[in-house]
Design a protein around this ligand. Sequence first.
Ligand SMILES: *Cc1c(COP(=O)(O)O)cnc(C)c1O
Length: 497
Amino acid sequence: MLYKSTRGSNEGFSFEQAVIKGIADDGGLFVPDEFPVLCERDFDTFGEASYKECAASIINRFIPSFNNGEIRDCVFAAYGENFDSQDIAPLKRVCSGVYCLELWHGPTAAFKDMALQLTPRLLVTSMKKQKLSKDIAILVATSGDTGKAALEGFRDIEKTKIMVLYPEDGVSEVQKRQMITQEGSNVSVVAVKGNFDDAQTAVKGLFADKELAKKASSLGYTFSSANSINWGRLLPQIVYYVRTCAKLRTSGILTEGKKAVFVVPTGNFGNILACYYAKRMGAPIGKIVCASNENNILTDFINTGVYDRNREFYKTLSPSMDILISSNLERLLYELCGRDCKKVSGWMNDLKATGRYEVDSDTLKALQEIFIAGSIDDAQTQKVIKSVWKKDAYLTDTHTAVAFGVYEKQKKNLSPDDTIIIVSTASPYKFAKSVLSAVSDDDVSDIGEFEALSALSEKTKTAVPFPLLCLEDKAVLHEKLCSVSELPQVVLDFLKN
Ligand SMILES: *Cc1c(COP(=O)(O)O)cnc(C)c1O
């Protein structure tokens, strides 16, 4: 199996090359040139197997150049004691015909762990097999969840160092505390003066700084990002879709000819794209529902074929979905338009030049055959949290609530025979204040973020997940604050140590 660029020539790359490069030279994203097709027997096996066994088997088919031992080493180290559920991605019944797939039992209590616990291991194995002489220094700007998940993923991974930059005034108290208490011998966390845009621009500047690259190279490092467009981050996400379908089949819930419908709270289109790939591989998936918050650019796109980012940007209660450029959509378009690189390049050029593109009617038809979309606003999100809690005694975070809300709105367009799986991307405790305020009848606006954790636990008689427990008492290990202009030196000092 080879990997090709969505925008480019016929040149093929190995998995190792695609993961190390991250993005193709022509600006396109790496995609596999074929999808392994799963057979009946695979589904029977996966329905009984552990998460790790499934992951090893599925991932193996996309990385023919890794031997069995290499894959298993990566997978078994990624999904172990660091998850607080034996099942890794447990499926919970919410009500008749509706299930919730919980992807937040990893070390940071949000779904980014599902990929980021494995990606660094795939990367390092690739580096070794390619006999890369340099180590990799990961630089990440974060507005919240990604930074912490990347830190946990790369911590103590040989041949790598990771530095996460967060805006001094741009992350929540809990998020900040999660990062500045980060342990690990190869990690650094630095507050940057300014807001998230300043931090993001600063990191882009660091990547473009030739002088810095040269100095880093003489210290034995090349820079890389832990970006969600890396194929190594997408691949691990296919596993839970395939396995969920297999488990539903084995338990007799998904009978012959019936389909699973996944409702996915979407931002950068990575998670939902993995669902599409699982469908392509033969998983019994029907419609895929794309759920958005007020930043409903994807809803408009799926309904009209016009992608237009010239619109207002809203800060919502589901911040990890506050995105106007869903990078991974490019990979879907590539498949839907018949892998026509010229078309894809054209749309992406339009997007860059005008902030807008429109797909042709065949592509739109192919899109609408599989995807349906919807969005809800913050007020509705809070109502949904409350009603799902009251009605089904299921506590959901703000992102997952968007999926529940969109499912309610789209129910009429689905078959009553479908089994519904709401994809849950964060523990309710990750966004405790919003969730508490939604389920409380009283005004809770005075409660602090840490207090909200215990207040929510008391109110709902549910447990605070392990990674968020005792956060306040953990030792602060990273206190550096610097201005953008000081960053290159701060990076070099970190690489020297
Ligand atoms: C990242 C994230 C999402 C969006 O996932 P994409 O793959 O970017 O679509 C949704 N919910 C939470 C909690 C996230 O952290």
